[in-house]
Design a protein around this ligand. Structure first.
Ligand code: NAD
Ligand code: MLT
Length: 524
């Protein structure tokens, strides 16, 4: 794997990556230079500096993964990456404590005017009155976004004797109660906070979440902190509110444009600023660099990352248990694709027996990868874009679970419908063995790997022999055979495992054997 590291990454992470990949560290690339370079790499490692736009992704012919050493992925066009099947991963948690501590440092600096007093004294000005501050004790801290960083800030600020009032539509009352936090809607938090700090991601929903109107409902003299993302609080509106004195001061670590130029906040002495230092500690940088390196190396070894943004979050434990079912499902999907071809309208999956109790999401995705890979070309569909591609094709996906597995301890049933006809497969895993045990009404034995001929033949003597002769004359060795009938006199399904693919000529001869209704070569 060739890895491009395009933002500065802790040495420990570069070293770890280099233990299993070919790594180039090239920082400060212009957008044009990145577009030119990216085509040679399988993985890109970034922090917040590199903008991975749709144009970069378009040029990234062999890119498989974008690793963000940090949390925010607002500098990555995740939509474009997903479409191309590129994994986008991040390293949540690695810099949470640093970001929370920086938020608190900013709050303290803001409450006690530390940066301004420090600058004044360095200039020889001794002014104790001008820099009188306020206490945290018995004040209310309004937190918008009670995720990892927000929760760590809350825990620590309680020890200062602050009441915590938080807004986060995704946090339950129970969880908040456990943390000793009162939840409210956004308006309640904005009205109630003496200090307000934001800790949401930057999304279309959170952009300008706090704007001119929101400042109007806040307590006069409120203090504002943004160590999350530039743009959650409208920068011009904040500068104006501070200039007018309705907001006593603000502390800002992040900007809509970094480095900020011509930003009205920089003109306000009572807005303290730092250059995106939230995660800039030795500890956090090592944490995120190692976490991104480990995930990229896992992908290089054929595994899955632990923190992919554009794939379902599936624990390594679940993946280990589901691995044989995923492999079987992918092969069953590929078999259905070869039998039915393009133009199908719906895919149905039924999980039965012990499998019904498990997290079957990765199995469903594997089935889609197998199915679409076979009709669209393998490599074009992967774990990242399988569900999305199926949806974009307008194919209906149905999933259900049942207790009974048709006599097996577990089973996957897949039904592919095209023009009103449904082709059904059932497969099962037993110990190390994965096999397909039913094709439509035929109980059969189809190995989950290898090349094979599937033929429908009449139920009478002297058909199987001539078929074997045709293959033998074509120098195709038969490694296994299974013949299954529905009932005496009805057509049979013959499965011949072969050592290599038969060409069209041989298949034509096979189809011409008297008593052969149809024959198809499949590759699993
Ligand atoms: P997180 O995903 O753990 O938490 C984000 C929280 O925001 C979640 O609980 C989510 O439910 C909530 N949220 C989402 N939309 C919301 C909305 N519309 N209103 C209210 N709440 C909403 O993320 P985190 O790790 O806690 O990081 C928080 C922010 O801090 C991110 O923007 C991240 O990029 C940023 N960050 C900055 C630095 C830095 O260097 N300054 C360091 C780390 C993290
Ligand atoms: C993050 O989102 O992790 C932070 O902004 C830190 C960083 O960009 O390095």
């Amino acid at each position: 794997m060739k890895v491009l590291v395009s933002d500065s990454l802790a040495e420990e992470g570069v070293k770890r990556l280099s233990s299993g990949a070919d790594v180039d560290v090239i920082t400060n690339l212009s957008p044009e230079e990145l577009i030119e370079k990216i085509k040679d790499y399988d993985a890109l490692v970034i922090r917040s500096g590199t903008k991975v736009t749709a144009d970069v992704i378009k040029a990234a012919d062999r890119l498989k993964v974008i690793g963000r050493a940090g949390v925010g992925i607002d500098n990555v066009d995740v939509e474009a990456a997903t479409k191309r099947g590129i994994i986008v991963l991040n390293t949540p948690g690695g810099n949470t404590i640093s970001a929370a501590e920086h938020t608190i440092a900013m709050m303290l600096a803001l409450a006690r005017n530390i940066p301004q007093a420090n600058a004044a004294l360095h200039k020889g000005e001794w002014n104790r009155k001008k820099y009188t501050g306020v206490e945290f004790f018995n004040k209310t801290l309004g937190i918008v976004g009670l995720g990892r960083v927000g929760a760590e800030v809350a825990t620590r600020m309680k020890s200062f004797g602050m009441q915590i009032l938080a807004y986060d539509p995704f946090v339950t009352e129970d969880r908040a109660r456990e943390m000793g936090i009162t939840m409210g809607d956004l308006e309640t938090v904005l009205r109630g906070g003496d200090f307000i700090t934001v800790h949401t991601p930057l999304t279309n929903e959170t952009r300008n979440l706090i704007d001119e109107e929101e400042f109007k409902i806040m307590k006069p003299g409120v203090r504002i902190v943004n160590c999350a993302r530039g743009g959650i609080i409208n920068e011009a509106a904040l500068a104006k509110a501070v200039a007018e004195g309705t907001v006593a001061g603000a502390a800002v670590d992040v900007f809509t444009k970094e480095p900020p130029t011509g930003n009205p906040m920089l003109e306000q002495e009572r807005i303290i600023v730092t250059p995106h230092l939230g995660a800039s500690t030795a500890e956090a940088q090592i944490n995120v660099a190692l976490a991104v390196a480990d995930q990229i190396l896992a992908i290089a070894r054929g595994g899955l990352p632990t923190n992919a943004i554009n794939m379902p979050a599936i624990s390594p434990e679940t993946l280990a248990v589901m691995d044989p079912f995923m492999k079987l499902a992918e092969k069953m999907g590929a078999l259905l694709g070869q039998l039915v071809g393009t133009g199908f309208e719906s895919l149905e999956l039924v999980y039965s027996g012990t499998l019904a109790e498990k997290d079957t999401r990765p199995v469903t995705i594997s089935a889609i990868v197998g199915l679409l890979g076979c009709v669209m070309g393998s490599g074009s569909v992967n774990f990242v874009n399988a569900q999305r591609t199926l949806k974009e094709m307008g194919i209906k996906l149905l999933e259900s679970k049942t207790e009974s597995a048709n006599g097996y301890s577990n089973s996957i049933t897949m039904k592919l419908t095209k023009g009103g006809n449904t082709t059904t497969l059932q497969g099962t895993v037993s110990g190390k063995e994965k096999r397909i045990v039913q094709l439509n009404e035929y109980h059969t034995y189809i190995p989950s790997e290898g090349d094979m001929v599937l033929a429908i033949i009449e139920d009478r003597p002297n058909i199987i022999g001539p078929c074997c002769v045709v293959l033998g004359e074509g120098k195709i060795n038969i490694g296994g055979m299974h013949v299954g009938r529905i009932a005496e006199g009805l057509p049979q399904l013959m499965v011949l495992s072969v050592d290599h693919l038969a060409n069209d000529d041989i298949m034509k001869k096979l189809c011409a054997v008297p008593g052969v209704t149809s024959a198809k070569m499949v590759e699993l």
